[in-house]
Design a protein around this ligand. Structure first.
Ligand SMILES: Cc1cc2nc3c(=O)[nH]c(=O)nc-3n(C[C@H](O)[C@H](O)[C@H](O)COP(=O)(O)O)c2cc1C
Length: 194
């Protein structure tokens, strides 16, 4: 099959998609959806989110230097889309969705109660890359629902959730496991670990 060359564009899919919560007090708390995010380092655990400067959340996070990544399941799909379609400059997204908050353990930003995993982040630097600013942050705490931790092995079982992914305009719910990390190296020593 022949291939066609397209104009260069942001074409890395699938992407994770999650709701970010931010703000230092109830009158400032805000939620927004992000898919331009990822892991930068495991030690110290470091991640990034990329935010357009015109987002209401951009200013809040620039001032507070904190945010929370709330992993999102198919049960929260409508809320996730809503938080990505409406700006906190004109509405209160906690009031206009069924989402509720509690306090982060380490950061002042709120965490979403209905999200199974809350990743608390402290911003270390902000870099501009044209249309978006990249907020590089250290992960300072991870809150996870008790039932997602195996009582015997202490292993985190994220595969019990239908987490969401975003691919070229569509939301997907993760479901089918098609392989395990290291499956190609059954009888060989794995040299490339996480
Ligand atoms: C699926 C999805 C992914 C998005 N990803 C990003 C992103 O990575 N960065 C960004 O700046 N905006 C992103 N947006 C747009 C913002 O979520 C949207 O502009 C939102 O209304 C901003 O809210 P705020 O003004 O209250 O901060 C995304 C929206 C959707 C629906």
């Amino acid at each position: 099959m022949s291939k066609r060359n397209l104009k260069p564009g942001a074409m890395i899919y699938p992407l994770p998609v999650a709701i970010i919560s931010c703000g230092r007090s109830a009158d400032e708390y805000n939620l927004f959806t992000t898919s331009w995010m990822g892991t930068l380092s495991s030690d110290p655990p470091t991640c990034y989110i990329s935010i357009k400067p015109n987002r209401h959340s951009h200013q809040i996070i620039k001032e507070s230097m904190e945010f929370v990544i709330n992993l999102t399941t198919v049960q929260l799909l409508n809320e996730l889309d809503f938080c990505g379609m409406n700006s906190g400059s004109s509405i209160n997204k906690f009031e206009d969705t069924c989402l509720t908050y509690e306090f982060g353990k380490v950061v002042c930003a709120p965490t979403i109660v209905e999200s199974p995993v809350n990743i608390e982040c402290s911003v270390k630097s902000i870099m501009n890359f044209g249309s978006h600013d990249m907020f590089i942050a250290e992960i300072v705490n991870v809150k996870i629902r008790e039932d997602l931790i195996d009582a015997n092995s202490n292993r985190v079982m994220l595969d019990k959730l239908q987490l969401l992914a975003f691919s070229y305009g569509n939301y997907h719910a993760l479901g089918e496991v098609v392989g395990k990390y290291g499956m190609s190296s059954k009888n060989r020593t794995i040299v490339n670990n996480y």
